[in-house]
Structures are given as C-alpha cells and as structure tokens.
Design a protein around this ligand. Structure first.
Ligand SMILES: [Zn+2]
Length: 209
C-alpha cells in the first residue's frame, strides 16, 4: 500500500494534505567562508519526519515529497548537482544514500546534470548527537571534475561542517549547497556555539528571513 511518506496515512502519496499543510519554505544561510546553503524546507513537522524516514527507514516516497522544494531553489544554468555521499558504513546500515537519491530527483525536475564526484570516508560521527569536541570533520575523495558553480546536494544541514568539508575537498571556488531541510532562525542561532569550525570561520548566519 502506498501512503504518505511523512505520517504513513494510506492512499495518499507522496504526502497527505495535512502533512503538506505543515511544509514551510526554507531559508538561505551563508558561512563566513562564503558558502551559501539553500534549503527547500524548514526542518520541522512533516519535513522533519520526511528526512528522518528517508535517512533511517529507507522510505523512498520521501524523495518525491522533498525534491520539488529543493528544485525550486536551483538557479537557472546551474552546471551540475554534486551529491554529498553518506559515509559508507551508514549507507550499508540504512540501505540508502539520501543525497544521491535527492540529487537525482532534483536533476529530473530541473534538467540539471548530476556529477557524482565525491566518495565518502568509511564513517564519521553524527554531528547532531555528538558534543562539539567529539566531532570529526568528514573526509571526501574527489573522483571526477566538479564544474565551477556546481551545487553540492545533501539531505539536511546541521552545523554546515559536512558541506564545508565537501566544498573544500573539490578545490573548486564558488560552490553552493542545497539541502532538503535546514533549521529555522532560532535553531540557527542555537548552533552558533556548536559548530566545529576552522580558524577564521564562524557559524552560518541567516541571509534571507
Ligand atoms: Zn501525512
């Protein structure tokens, strides 16, 4: 039976009317190093459940529910979408790589090419559940050329450190990030002391309310 990818209500896919009614457009944030991160939706209510269901329950119906809001944030003539891959052991454990699935769906909606240029390290700690001192920056290998102006795609932004690490790994300037969901203003202010950032960087700040 096909149902709502957020609440499971049967017969309505990918999202039921009441879950759709809770979706709130996302905001843009920018790091001090100039990495702009755009989000399709605020990380709350049904959007939050969709990301959880996709990441940890492998509910693929969450992809068509999340992708349109992301596609709306892709600028015209974007040269490529570059998924930020999930750490290998997590991909095995949960059976899905959310960023790759989302990037493919956004590519179909926008006509943008996907360049699968990044390979993950074996594992890195989940930022959201670790104290700052326990966080390790993820590592990526680059296996294909990334066109300047490409957009890095991930499921959710927490501290911004994963997207920053991916952007640094490419060595290509002027990349931006696109995520399915990001916290709102209050949550962003709350992360300010939490981010594990390099010298000279500060936590992301809201640029568009
Ligand atoms: Zn629902």
């Amino acid at each position: 039976m096909i149902g709502c990818a957020a609440c499971g209500r049967l017969g309505v896919a990918p999202l039921c009317t009441s879950c759709t009614g809770t979706l709130t457009p996302g905001r843009d944030v920018v790091t001090a190093t100039g990495l702009v991160i755009r989000s399709g939706l605020l990380h709350r209510d049904a959007a939050r459940r969709l990301v959880h269901n996709l990441k940890y329950r492998g509910i693929e119906g969450a992809v068509p529910a999340l992708a349109p809001a992301m596609a709306a944030r892709v600028a015209p003539h974007t040269p490529a979408l570059v998924p930020v891959p999930r750490a290998s052991l997590r991909r095995v454990r949960f059976g899905i790589d959310p960023a790759r699935r989302l990037a493919a769906a956004v590519a179909r909606l926008t006509g943008t090419e996907v360049v699968d240029a990044l390979r993950p390290g074996l594992w890195w700690p989940r930022h959201a559940t670790r104290p700052p001192e326990a966080r390790d920056e993820p590592r990526f290998r680059v296996v294909a050329g990334v066109p300047p102006g490409s957009v890095l795609v991930d499921d959710v932004v927490t501290t911004g450190s994963t997207l920053l690490a991916a952007a640094r790994a490419t060595g290509v300037p002027a990349l931006s990030g696109l995520v399915a969901t990001a916290p709102g203003r209050l949550a962003l202010q709350a992360w300010r002391p939490l981010g594990r950032l390099q010298t000279g960087e500060t936590a992301p700040t809201v640029v568009h309310p």
